[in-house]
Design a protein around this ligand. Sequence first.
Ligand code: M6R
Length: 601
Amino acid sequence: MCGIVGYVGQDNAGPILFDTLKRLEYRGYDSAGVAIASDGEVLVLKSAGSISDLEKGYIDIGSPGENRGVGHTRWATHGPPSTKNAHPHTSGAVSIVHNGIIENYLELKEHLIDQGFEFESETDSEVLAHLTNFYYQGDLAEAVRAATSMVEGSYALAVMAADSSYLVCARKDSPIVIGLGEGANYLASDIPALLPYTRKVFWMKDGEIAIIDEEKVDIRDKFGDLVPIHLETVDWDPKAAEKSGYPHFMLKEIHEQPKAVQETLASRISEIEGDVKLETGLSDEEARRLDRASIVACGTSYNASILARYVFPRAAGLPVDVEVASEFQSIQLKPSTLLIGISQSGETADTLTALRRGRACGVGSLAITNVVGSTITRQVDGTVYTRCGPEIGVAATKTFTGQLVALFLLAIRLGRARNFLGCEDARKMLLELTRLPGLIQEVVDGRERIREIAESYADTDRYFFIGREFLYPIALEGALKMKEISYISAEGYPAGELKHGPLALVTEGTPVVALATYGKKIQTNIKEVGARGADVIALATAGDPDICKIATTVVEIPETRPVFSAVLCTVAVQLLAYYTARAKGLPIDKPRNLAKSVTVE
Ligand code: M6R
């Protein structure tokens, strides 16, 4: 979605706003704007297009400004990308930037027009500027409180006024993180924006209002009472949010997977006990009372969830329902169900809503996320962090493998707690899991072969990805990656299902990626598509004597337990999508129409 930033300190706000905005560009990149205090007024610069272009305009006019300001990078919802729809929106002395959706904006707009306010944009956000101005009589925080009490919907809102020396922000169902510096304070939609400036942060909660000046930050609840701040120290290295010589964040993040998986595993495995230490929020007794898990997630996180459908029954004796969060029907939940939300960002609105609905049935809940302190962590009884470091590329990569590994760990933990999985079996699985970082590195090292394949099919208009059982989610993920960044129509299918319809689309030369590190039946499916002229790109275990006879091309995957080969195949399909998009010269880190964090339903 959109990204917002703010700065109050001793330096000129302009360069800091542009720098922090660029670090949030993955949240939205169709237009941008800043409002900077300047000579007792507020200078507003905004336009459709990139933040860098906007910054050039700012430098051309001599980089004016004083020590406070707010900024915005937009992913359009109400009104197309244009200068007038870009934020900040201004009314009188007040300028605002907003992330979220104001659902009752039409009604409020009519009311404000009756009061004599003139609207310039087609956005829902502009009502927040006029409402705040309407209530503003010298106390900006009070004006923001009054304005936000009128609106329905979601908002992460940052406000400044020409005649106040501080910024005010407010949140409901959209994230704001506040960073504390030395003689300067910051706000942003997400942590990576703040990493070069401070790592002392806290996340605002719904209904809170923050008053930020260069010396301090006051947080007030909806009654206006001061609330204590619980600071967290982010241990992400600022370099982790830089490209560090890679042409794209996506490639960097693919390469980071051995380390990311190592971090997901780190200090969680007890080899002696054949068990896993996880912050599930569940006692062994509670785990034994469960008879089902229900997982909600979106996009890539949803694909990861499907793995649990195959792994949890086998390792923990626990059947799993998986639901796209926006389609979740919570009515089915019994108290003996464990509700799990999976979200890289921890801020996806559809997932948060599904979790809220599910929890209303009185079930225990758990989150798997990558972002410490994100909203999802406050909605659940326990959180398992994937610990992959910041992910900037819009297409999720290292956090997907982190989620797969976290699900393996969770399955083993539940299996042990429920006395379903024996110590020795768990030990063997854990031992093999610790080999994964090295094996992932082998797949990454084999990237030139995948690059050649990608380049030879870069002009195709259609891809299929097929897999069975625990390789089926990887087929879905391969297709999603291909669609997202290379704009090639791609379908991920259960291999056995292809013959029930989609096979009609397979013609001479159609590339079909077959995830073939496990099972014999996939060989039949490879022959089926081969007989219709498909070019089969098989991902097969190194040395497999059969697959090379029936596939057009084979990418060798290092040998491991079949179920863990899902992680290794993932890396191969990520590289395939990456090199396809690169051969086509596409904007890999910022694919059209997409945003990394989708904070509206
Ligand atoms: O932050 P989340 O994991 O909740 O995000 C869910 C999806 O929006 C996300 O996975 C999306 O599909 C990515 N673009 C995938 O690459």
